[in-house]
Design a protein around this ligand. Structure first.
Ligand code: ADP
Ligand code: MG
Length: 301
């Protein structure tokens, strides 16, 4: 097969591993920087150009779209879909999971455990918003944040009010969440491919830090997850429509709760914590499932 990896940087660990895993299995692999792709919007024979040439002959793509280029990146994925190219994660699924509000509304509708969460843009009544999620301590998150930036723990009502005021001043959308204290600054990353959790790890924030993000100095270790955690992760990926997903769970007193569902989960942490060839498993999934024109939405929606 001829595989395309949409990535802005071929030197990133995940990109390198996918290239390596694809080539090991006898595929031709090309890294395509989606930011440099340009397209024609036509109903007949849609194309993607790159450095003055049309991109041709790609059988399947693996989108690795960073949060800062979701908008343009998903447009490029959609164009590939319109050309009939199989995308391991569809553009609509990526868009769905990138929007934290949309994602949590969809997950809750399917009965998946979530922390009690309130959304607000310019709340008319901060007190009531805080009441809605059970009062302080609460976690307040900017909707557009990643890697733990814009995620604040407000231990008291006063602190929560100041943070909400600041976010309002920035005209930012945010969510207010019940603080899952019992998680102890740790979360579970479940790596889902198809309908299986193929690898999982526990990330622990450094001393005194409630955020477990590896980018914030957290550490990862191997963990055995429960059948309930396994099925929560698989169902969450399915609700988002993602074939490859990193589902983050917290262990709460009321069972596993989903933090987020990531459509371009990193490979470095999970492969080094588990010793598994996750990149290889992604390629194998594509070998089994990629068919021309198989993308369910074909770029619709
Ligand atoms: P980001 O997209 O920036 O990674 P997250 O929503 O995943 O934002 O939050 C970052 C980290 O903060 C999580 O991995 C988790 O460790 C911690 N965290 C987030 N929300 C809560 C919460 N409601 N209760 C306890 N810890 C939380
Ligand atoms: Mg996170």
């Amino acid at each position: 097969m001829k595989l395309g990896i949409l990535s802005t940087n071929r030197n990133l660990y995940s990109t390198r591993r996918l290239v390596e895993a694809g080539e090991e299995r006898g595929h031709e692999v090309r890294v395509i920087n989606h930011k440099r792709c340009y397209m024609n919007i036509v109903s007949h024979n849609p194309q993607i150009h790159y450095n003055g040439e049309p991109i041709r002959g790609i059988d399947a793509i693996i989108p690795r779209i960073g949060a800062s280029v979701s908008f343009y990146g998903t447009a490029v994925v959609r164009q590939f879909e319109m050309m009939g190219v199989y995308s391991v994660n569809e553009s609509v699924a990526i868009t769905r999971s990138r929007d934290k509000l949309r994602a949590s509304q969809l997950l809750s509708r399917k009965g998946i455990g979530l922390p009690v969460t309130g959304f607000a843009s310019a709340p008319g009544d901060t007190d009531d918003l805080l009441e809605l999620v059970g009062g302080a301590p609460v976690v307040i998150k900017l909707l557009e944040g990643t890697q733990g930036v814009g995620v604040v723990l407000a231990e008291t009502k006063k602190a929560a009010e100041s943070v909400i005021e600041a976010f309002r001043g920035l005209k930012a959308n945010f969510m207010v969440q019940e603080f899952i204290k019992e998680a102890g600054g740790a979360d579970l990353r479940c790596f889902v491919i198809g309908d299986r959790v193929v690898a999982s790890m526990m990330r622990q924030g450094r001393e005194g830090e409630f955020r477990s993000n590896l980018h914030r100095g957290g550490t990862a270790k191997l963990v055995k997850i429960t059948p309930e955690e396994r099925s929560t992760a698989v169902r969450s990926a399915r609700v988002m429509g993602l074939n490859v997903a990193g589902v983050d769970l917290l262990r709460s007193n009321h069972g596993p709760v989903v933090m987020e569902v990531n459509s371009s989960p990193g490979l470095e942490g999970i492969e080094s914590a588990t010793g598994k060839d996750v990149a290889g498993m992604i390629i194998e999934f594509i070998e089994k499932n990629a068919r021309h024109g198989k993308t369910r939405t074909r770029g619709r929606g």
